[in-house]
Write a protein that binds this ligand. Sequence first.
Ligand SMILES: Nc1ncnc2c1ncn2[C@@H]1O[C@H](COP(=O)(O)OP(=O)(O)OP(=O)(O)O)[C@@H](O)[C@H]1O
Ligand SMILES: [Mg+2]
Length: 407
Amino acid sequence: MAPRKSVAHTRKVQLEVCIGKEAQPVGQLAFVKDGNREYSVFTYSAGWLSHPARFAVSPDLALAPGYQVCKPPGKEDLRFFFALADTEPDAWGRRVISRAHAKARKNDPMLKALTELDYLCAVDDFSRIGALRLRNDAGAFLRTMAQGLPATAPLLELEQMVAASRAVECSQESLQDLRYLLGKGTSLGGMRPKCTVLDDDGTLALGKFPSVQDERSVTRGEVLALRLARRAGINAAKARVVMVKETPVAVISRFDRNVDQGRIAYLSAASLLQASRTQEHAYTEVVDAMRVACVEVKADARQLWRRLVFNHLITNVDDHLQNLGFLHVGNGLWRLAPAFDLNPFPDKDRESKTWLSEDTGPSPPSTPCLKKPTTFTWQSSRLLRYCLRFLQPWTVGALWQRVPKLA
Ligand SMILES: Nc1ncnc2c1ncn2[C@@H]1O[C@H](COP(=O)(O)OP(=O)(O)OP(=O)(O)O)[C@@H](O)[C@H]1O
Ligand SMILES: [Mg+2]
């Protein structure tokens, strides 16, 4: 007979999930750590199930009463339902959180190892992506700073953010650097050093910093690509370069907030597809999912196609499904979010992370992605005209000549 597990091995934390600026309760999330196993359980509240604005907040959370369980089959799989997992920090934020924890552990060796819940809850509430929010049983939103201090700093503090982030990258950070970055540098996903900032007009933005590993100006390249994308008819996030002494910082407006700092629900394309992060996926699968979830399928499918061609022409090969997202427009329907994280990689082979279709594989340059326009509700003749008119002159070489001029 298997030995009974001691209760001491099982830890359960219960949180309330809310939505929007008004923090409308949506349901209860329980996080369970059972030995090495971590999983979560969610129940919608009766109030949300009968709310006029109700919708399934995550594609893997059917809008129905009762417990729904997210048990990851393997170590690489998500411990949280997709929409919540979209709000977790990624490589960069996790690095800041785990370093701060390691430093704290030196003073307090009894401190427990970090769980996935610790990462989810280390995200600053004010700048957490999308509309979902977490509240503990003391009524505090996670995470909020002590004494109600804002974790999001104005552009004026960019210099300090850049310096603290650089120290982390070089493993020379002080406890003060880490304390400073918690909340600021940990709210969004992605690998590259970044912080959330308040722009001059008080709106939320993100500041992306050069990495010590960069061999070219990646931040300028990203701003240039986002601007060119807008000129090519792509709905792309607003971006500019802000010089912090000698350092060009890409300041990019957040698209998941409206004018009154209202919060717009967000889903990555990976979540929309309920895709495992380790599997290959294709744009045709994204379009299929959009047919069910999107309110303006035709327009968004064409927009996606434009982005695909644009990515191909500027060699933006980092087009994984976390770099594509959707914003909620009401009644459980979504629209393609503005394009973000567009980066020209002039030195890389043109092999996209997301395949054109399940049978093409990463499209090589000899088969530019012009073969399947009808899937994207676009006629080939219109598509070719568009490509010739807008995109052909923008070879990657020409693009890079403009980079130093970008201020
Ligand atoms: N303008 C924006 N508004 C709202 N959220 C955004 C915006 N830009 C990025 N995000 C969110 O922040 C995350 C990280 O941003 P981004 O992809 O630019 O970082 P990155 O470190 O370059 O990513 P990667 O690891 O793909 O290189 C995105 O996955 C998305 O969830
Ligand atoms: Mg990214």
